[in-house]
Write a protein that binds this ligand. Structure first.
Ligand code: HEM
Ligand SMILES: N[C@@H](CC(=O)c1ccccc1NC=O)C(=O)O
Length: 277
């Protein structure tokens, strides 16, 4: 007898498994981590949005570190795949704001006091991705002093070359005239733009057919920065919509702090070169 497509084949289903879906994915601990402090309906949404975002950032870090390692080994195709994935993940992070804005200012106000002084400002994964992409700000590590594990990890990332530093080293290996102080320096100090680096990108963009893989790498980085700014902008507008101009629980001015963050640029010459060409 044939089994209709829309029914399960009882004979074949593994009703008892060696390892189950829930075990493989560690679902019990994962789904036991949503613990609202208040009794307010919307607090679960607030927790889930943050947890989902942190999981996506975890994967972004995995992919971006992987891309950096491949670029260091002159292995560009796998790096392209990883950077494309980072950009797709960022689209998910940006989309998440649409779910969060269903929460009204009054809904949020009903449980905001329960958050105390906790804030996204203390997201160590977010700080790590900022450092990895090149926004080095040593002062911000201080928010993690009480957690040696996170403090140390961030210290390491601050003192390591960013993905952009690694790309400039690649350009130097390919014969571009990159100043020595961009190739070897104290990586914890914020990067400053240079005319020589812009000139190298100008050559790559003007003659993309000749330097196709470097052109492709540049555009992957621009995609990531573009999406990072879209995330920052959506965060800032969502915060304005929900708490107006109140101070942040993390102690900053709130929206005005987030507006200032929009001026940050990871790969400055990849933007300035467009005015030159
Ligand atoms: C109701 C929703 C939200 C509000 C009102 C809000 C508000 C704020 C404010 C005011 C700040 C500035 C720091 C402070 O003084 O607290 C901040 C920073 C931050 N928030 Fe949010 N936020 C919200 C949702 C989110 C979500 C969903 C994420 C996702 C992970 C997030 C991640 C961050 C990060 C990473 C920072 C640090 C940004 C930086 O230092 O450049 N926030 N948030
Ligand atoms: N800074 C927010 C609080 C906040 O958003 C928050 C609090 C605890 C855990 C994550 C948070 N999200 C992002 O900043 C506020 O001032 O309302």
């Amino acid at each position: 007898m044939t089994t209709p497509n829309n029914t399960v084949d009882n004979e074949a289903i593994h009703w008892d498994q060696d390892i189950s879906y829930g075990q493989y994915l560690d679902l019990e601990p994962l789904l036991a981590c949503q613990n609202p402090v208040s009794k307010e309906h919307d607090e679960l949404l607030f927790i889930v949005i943050h947890q989902v975002s942190e999981l996506w950032i975890k994967l972004c870090l995995h992919e971006a570190h992987g891309a950096a390692a491949n670029i260091q080994q002159d292995n560009l195709p796998p790096a392209f795949k990883m950077l494309s994935r980072v950009a797709r993940i960022q689209e998910q992070l940006i989309k998440a704001w649409e779910v969060l804005v269903t929460m009204t200012p009054a809904d949020y106000a009903s449980f905001r006091d329960s958050l105390g002084q906790s804030s996204g400002f203390q997201s160590y994964q977010y700080r790590e991705i900022e450092f990895l992409l090149g926004n080095k700000n040593a002062k911000l590590i201080e928010a993690h002093r009480a957690k040696p594990k996170h403090y140390q990890k961030l210290q390491e990332c601050l003192n390591a070359p960013s993905i952009y530093d690694i790309v400039l080293q690649l350009l130097a290996r390919r014969g571009f005239a990159i100043p020595q102080d961009k190739i070897e320096r104290d990586w914890s100090i914020p990067y400053t733009a240079s005319p020589e680096v812009e000139a190298a990108w100008a050559e790559i963009y003007r003659n993309s057919a000749k330097h196709w893989d470097l052109y492709e790498l540049a555009e992957k980085l621009v995609d990531v920065e573009f999406n990072f700014q879209r995330w920052r902008f959506n965060h800032m507008k969502t915060v304005e919509r929900i708490i107006g101009y109140r101070r942040g629980t993390g102690g900053t001015a709130g929206v005005n702090y987030l507006v200032k963050a929009l001026d940050l640029q990871f790969f400055p010459e990849l933007w300035s070169v467009r005015t030159t060409i």
